[in-house]
Every structure is written in C-alpha cells, then in structure tokens.
Design a binder for this molecule. Structure first.
Ligand code: NAD
Ligand code: SIN
Length: 487
C-alpha cells in the first residue's frame, strides 16, 4: 500500500518489525500501511543529501526554479491524489484540502520573490573596489512537518530551502504519512537524486534524525513542547541553523465592535476554522461586560449551534471536519473538564457527535477569573473572558508565554493603534480573523511560539547565510599609508 521511504532517488521499504499506519478518524479506514524507517536508512538519507549537495549548490537559480515549476505542474496533475490523502488522513473537509493545494501552488512565486529580495546578490563599486553581498545554502536540512497542514507547511520550508540550494531529509507527521508520500512523488520527477529524501516514522525516527551529526540545520513546525526539546538538543551546536514554528494561546479582543453577523463570522473563523486545528486559532476571546457583550455571546452561541460538522468528503460539505484522531478529541474533552473543575461556566459543551469517532462539536466556556493553564488546546474549544476596560483586556491578552497571532474587532482606530502597539504577537490583525495570515508576509511568533525565525515570506532568511566581500582585481598600495609604515 505504501511506497515507503524515498532515499537517494529510490523507494525503500522500512523496518518490517515496526509498522506505521494512518487512519481516518471517523471511518477508521486504514489510509497508509507501511513501516517506519530504520536508523541505517536515516543515515543513508542524510548521506545522500550530503552527496547531492555537492552539485545542487552549484546549480543555477534559474535551473532550480525550473525544477520547482516542474514539481508544481506534477502536483497540479496529481491534485486529486493529494486532496484525497490530506482529507482522509486529517479528516479536514475537502474544500479545505483544496485550498491547501492552492496555497502550495502559490508558494513558488512568493518564494522566488522572497529569495531574490531577502537573499539576493548585491554589488556596489567604489573605484576599482567592489563590495559584494551574496548568499550560500547551509547544506543538509532535516525538515519536520505537523499534521494540520501536511502539504502546505512542509512545503513552506521545502520550496525556499531548495531554491536556495539546500538538500533535504523530510519527515512528515506520523499522522499524515500518505500526504507526505504523495508530495514526494511529485518532487521525484523534478529533482536530481538525493536532493530531497523522505523518511517516515513516529517520534523515534524524528529523534534519530534530529540528532544526526551530519545535519547543517533543522526546520520544524509543530508543538511548543517538541520545539523546545529540539532546541535543547541543538544547544551544543550554535553553528547549525534552526527554525522553529510552534503553537499559540492566541487572543481575539472585542473592543468597540459592531454588533452584527460580520463580528460573529470573524470570531467563528478565528476559533473554529479547521476545527480549531490551526496554530493561529483564537483560544481566548475577550468580550466587554455589559448588555452588548451579553448579546454578542447569545448570537455567537446560536450561530455556532448551526455550524455543519461532518466527514471530509460529505456532500454538501461541512464547515468543520473531525479532529485528526480520537485521542486529539479526548484531549479537548479533558481540557474542557479541567476548565470546569477550575470554575469555568460552560456556555456550550464540546461533545463527541458520533461514538468512537473524532467528530466533535465546538465548546465555549466563560473562564473569567478562572486560573486556566497557559496551554494551547489544539481543537475547537474557546474561552470567553469578560473585561471591564480595554487596557485590562490587552493586559490579559498578553498574559501568555506564547505570542503567535492576535486580532482586534473594533471600529475605533484609536483602539487599534493601542492594540497594535501593545499586543505581543507575530501576527496582529484588525477586523480580520486571527487565522488570516498572508503568505506574502513573514509568519511566526514571539515567546514560546518560535525562535524568531519566521517562515512564509521570511523563510528565505533561514535557508542561506550571507557572504560579504570586498574585492579588487589586483592588490594596491593606498595613497595614504598607515603610521609607522616607512620608518
Ligand atoms: P508535534 O510537535 O507533535 O509533531 C511535529 C513533528 O515533530 C512530527 O513530525 C513529529 O513526528 C515530530 N516529533 C515529535 N516528537 C519529536 C522528537 N522528540 N524529536 C523529533 N521529532 C519529533 O506537532 P503536531 O501535533 O503534528 O502539530 C500540531 C502542533 O503544531 C500545534 O501545537 C500547532 O500549534 C503547531 N503548528 C504550528 C504552526 C506554525 O507555523 N507556528 C503551524 C501549524 C501547526
Ligand atoms: C496554521 O494556522 O496552522 C498555519 C497558518 C498558515 O501558514 O496559513
């Protein structure tokens, strides 16, 4: 069923004693049936990438772009396979999977632009002397993907890394190996052997790869817990590049908001898009005390009640799919119970809609004044926190160790000026959802959300290092010699 691991231009089976399977969290169909990579295969993948780097780094930028264009063309031809792999493995609705593919396709032109603008060539000449700035690729990069965007997020690193001249060993999430495999099948025809390699597996494969001594860098998108662990492991290697994109405990603040459907829509898109499985989802919604706030909450609860939740391929399509796994749904229910135990008032209970599946309805709890842990709950669970004045709301919104995304719903531009200045986050939106990040902009956060190496438009920055030089055709004696030269 599975092709396995793609190493040095060929597909290999893995460790037959360690099966790797992925399942749909509603139908429970087995989507991927294969084996984890063996340590010797991981070694081989890293060696293949190192060998390929010797020539790939010398390939012209135009040729690398051509390889990436070929990938995009192949991906378009196989978009049905990738949509189906993502939908079956993540349980996201088909419309979301299709949007994900569009984002992958759009990434190439953005990455080309970013590469040239952020890491291009610059030369200034003064007399016979040139000051030259150019950029060099790092070498072999290990790349770790999360499950929520199994194509778009790895691609957000892969495309810029390849354009810069790096070679890659990619480990997809163990929950989405098929999506990873289909992606690599699309690269297979576009690149020389060894430039991109795929090793599949769970934490043990990830751990082995991350600690491989032959790596020049590691690009990771995933949870803060794992990101911090990897950072500790890399602590002894400051010479290696590391880009970490982690989660958030993101605030959405309602200031002088309009009491209408657009406000409700923006709030739902912030908290419950992708069933709350976006790193940018709003987890904490700050609502002013008083009748306007009460009315908003009432309208919100009514609208959320009507959201259609269903299987990834249901017709007509649902707004929300299931969570990636039954375990992920259980974690949401567990967090809901913990918040209740801490005194939260349940406004809408998150509950499993079909026994034994990860189809779960959104939960909304009023946690005002409760001591809720500063942790990301990666699912459709919203805290509502009532506040007395705007400054207090911003202080509470900033009371997190994370800092990925934040948004303000307000028609008062003075409020937004204050919000934009004071809120601590890498994505700061106004009257748009917290989930509305643009690929044309850098993407990343502060605090526990990352290590200040944003992706999207700034991904190029992590993919190469600058080399600055002062150059002349011949050495020369300057007109003014240093003191003591002729003594
Ligand atoms: P995860 O941290 O569990 O796993 C991410 C990847 O790391 C997987 O490939 C996994 O196998 C691997 N991994 C796990 N433990 C490892 C270890 N000890 N050593 C090496 N590799 C290891 O994340 P997930 O559950 O797949 O994804 C959801 C998380 O990702 C959420 O926290 C979400 O906020 C975050 N996320 C962040 C962004 C962003 O750009 N900031 C985007 C999407 C998702
Ligand atoms: C996410 O929210 O998980 C990823 C955001 C993006 O890159 O679009």
């Amino acid at each position: 069923m599975a092709q396995g691991h793609y190493i040095n231009g060929a597909w290999q089976q893995g460790d037959v004693s360690k099966s790797l399977k992925s399942f749909n969290s509603v139908s429970h169909e087995c989507v991927y049936d294969g084996f984890e990579a063996r340590p010797d295969q991981i070694n081989e993948a890293v060696s293949a990438a190192r060998q390929a780097f010797k020539t790939w780094r010398l390939v012209s930028f135009e040729e690398r772009v051509a390889c990436c264009r070929l990938f995009i063309q192949t991906l378009k031809d196989h978009s049905y396979d990738l949509v189906s792999a993502i939908g079956r493995e993540t349980a996201k609705p088909r419309w979301e999977c299709e949007l994900e593919i569009q984002t992958v396709i759009a990434k190439l032109d953005i990455s080309i632009l970013a590469h040239l603008e952020r890491t291009g060539y610059r030369m200034t000449q003064t007399g016979s002397v040139k000051a030259v700035l150019q950029h060099r690729p790092h070498g072999v990069i290990a790349l770790f993907g999360p499950y929520n965007f199994p194509a778009h997020l790895p691609n957000g690193h892969i495309m810029p890394a390849l354009l810069a001249g790096n070679c890659i060993v990619f480990k997809p999430s163990e929950l989405t190996p098929l999506a990873g495999e289909v992606m690599i099948q699309c690269w297979e025809k576009s690149l020389p052997k060894g430039v991109i390699n795929l090793v599949q597996g769970s934490v043990s494969v990830g751990t082995y790869l991350a600690q491989h001594p032959q790596l020049d860098g590691l690009f990771f998108t995933g949870s803060a817990r794992v990101g911090h662990l990897l950072h500790e492991q890399f602590a002894a290697f400051p010479e290696k590049i590391m880009a970490l994109e982690m989660g958030g405990n993101n605030p959405l603040v309602l200031g002088a908001f309009e009491d209408n459907e657009a406000t409700i829509y923006t709030c739902i898109q912030s908290a419950f898009l992708s069933a709350g499985q976006r790193c940018t989802c709003a987890r904490r919604v700050f609502v002013p005390v008083g009748t306007k706030g009460d009315h908003f909450i009432e309208q919100l609860l009514g609208r959320v009640e009507k959201l259609v939740i269903g299987e990834w391929n249901a017709e007509p399509q649902p707004f929300m799919g299931a969570l990636v796994s039954v375990a992920a749904a259980s974690r949401v229910l567990q967090a809901q119970q913990e918040w209740k135990d801490k005194g939260a008032k349940v406004l809408k209970t998150a509950q499993i809609l079909k026994e034994g599946t990860a189809l779960i309805s959104p939960g909304i709890l009023d946690t005002t004044g409760c001591d809720i842990p500063d942790e990301e709950v990666f699912g459709p669970l919203m805290q509502i926190i009532r506040y007395e004045n705007f400054e207090t709301a911003i202080n509470l919104a900033n009371a997190t160790h994370y800092g990925l995304s934040a948004a303000l719903l307000s028609t008062n531009s003075k409020e937004f000026e204050y919000f934009e200045r004071e809120i601590r986050a890498g994505v700061v939106n106004w009257n748009r959802p917290t989930t509305g990040a643009s690929s044309h902009m850098p993407f990343g956060g502060v605090g526990k959300s990352g290590n200040l190496r944003p992706t999207a438009y700034y991904a190029a920055d992590s993919c190469s290092y600058p080399v600055a030089g002062v150059q002349a055709e011949t050495p020369e004696i300057p007109a003014i010699l240093p003191p003591g030269w002729n003594s």
